[in-house]
Design a protein around this ligand. Structure first.
Ligand SMILES: Nc1ncnc2c1ncn2[C@@H]1O[C@H](COP(=O)(O)OP(=O)(O)O)[C@@H](O)[C@H]1O
Ligand SMILES: [Mg+2]
Length: 327
């Protein structure tokens, strides 16, 4: 496994030595009652101020991990500390550090946004006057101020999700955790949420989100861990992980039939998928013209071309699949 990230890639909010991390997980294990081993000894550390992604496919164990950190799921083994507070020994104190945004919209849509926020804070012991003050702040930050008094039912999908974030911020958490905040939402809503989350992170709140969109992790996060089958297979700064995506795969559809012998292009790999389709693997830095010149010289005419897979799949092929563990 890779070393645990200790510094940001781009100089934002570095994890200074000696400072208590926002989240520290070691050897976390979870076996559900039905025998499913959802976590098989996961370890990771998130520095205060970081914007951290837990990236992995469906069923990888993301929600289980988030559930344990936010005390919704009991752990089977291992240790979790939130700002140095052990969640098993001092659950309530640990919980007070955390704001959780679940994947599904789970507020009463017959309530007004302002009431949803004020009542939530009241539930966590915030005085009414203070809760009203904070609700104003959070509604403004979420660009929902004009919607404070409408029925939440009338909010758009994006607004509802921003309201969920605003609600989680009402207790002034030092650590905001979001479980697949943008799964299944359209790109406009996603972008809108990204902007909101960035503003929150810029104001000092540590953010951890789970996602299966590489693009989301790439856009938002400085550090990430990749989880697969209950194991952290790689972790570190986003930038160094993306640097490993240095090989690109293409599929080329050709006119007519491919010759029996394919041209050789140094540095690239050409293979026939079938008689009309070529697969090309080449370093990202390599010039495509060289490939096309060689194909042209061999009398092969390319009709269309597409990248073979999405980048998250590439990342998994290159990092997760080969040895079953991170390089
Ligand atoms: N309450 C549960 N009972 C039994 N198995 C569960 C439960 N919740 C999740 N699992 C299983 O644990 C594994 C990890 O699930 P989950 O943490 O939800 O992954 P992710 O959020 O990455 O999709 C999956 O195999 C899932 O089916
Ligand atoms: Mg999940």
């Amino acid at each position: 496994m890779n070393p645990i990230p200790t510094a940001s890639a781009d100089g934002h909010a570095p994890a200074s030595a000696g400072v208590v991390p926002a989240l520290s997980i070691s050897d976390l294990r979870k076996t559900y009652d039905n025998g499913v081993q959802a976590l098989k000894g996961a370890s990771l550390e998130v520095a205060e101020g970081d914007f951290f992604a837990l990236l992995g496919p469906n069923g990888a164990g993301k929600s289980t991990l988030i559930g344990i950190v936010s005390s919704l799921v009991n752990l089977t083994g291992g240790r979790v500390e939130v700002f140095g507070i052990d969640i098993t020994r001092d659950r309530d104190a640990a919980m007070r550090q955390i704001g959780l945004v679940p994947q599904e919209i789970n507020f009463n849509t017959f309530e007004k946004p302002v009431d949803i926020l004020v009542n939530y804070a009241g539930f966590y012991g915030v005085s009414r006057a203070e809760a009203i003050r904070r609700a104003g702040e959070e509604l403004r930050r979420a660009h929902l101020w004009e919607k404070a008094e409408v029925s939440s039912r009338t909010l758009s999908g994006g607004m509802k999700r921003r309201l969920m974030i605003a609600r989680a911020m009402m207790t002034r958490p030092r650590l905001l955790i979001l479980d697949e905040p943008t799964a299944g939402v359209d790109i406009e809503i996603r972008r809108d949420m990204w902007r909101t989350l960035r503003r929150i992170n810029e104001s000092g709140t540590t953010i951890i989100l789970t996602t299966h969109y590489l693009e989301e992790a790439e856009y938002l996060c400085r550090n990430l861990a990749i989880i697969n089958h209950g194991e952290i297979v790689s972790s570190g700064p986003m930038k160094s992980l993306l640097a490993r995506l240095d090989v690109e795969g293409f599929v080329l559809d050709v006119d007519g039939e491919l010759p029996a012998t394919l041209p050789v292009v140094e540095g690239a790999t050409l293979a026939a998928a079938d008689r009309h389709t070529l697969e090309l693997d080449m370093p990202r830095t390599m010039n495509l013209n060289r490939v096309f010149a060689a194909l042209d010289a061999a009398g092969i005419r390319v009709r269309s071309m597409r990248t073979r897979s999405n980048r998250l799949e590439e990342l998994f092929v290159r990092i997760v699949a080969p040895a079953g563990e991170g390089a």
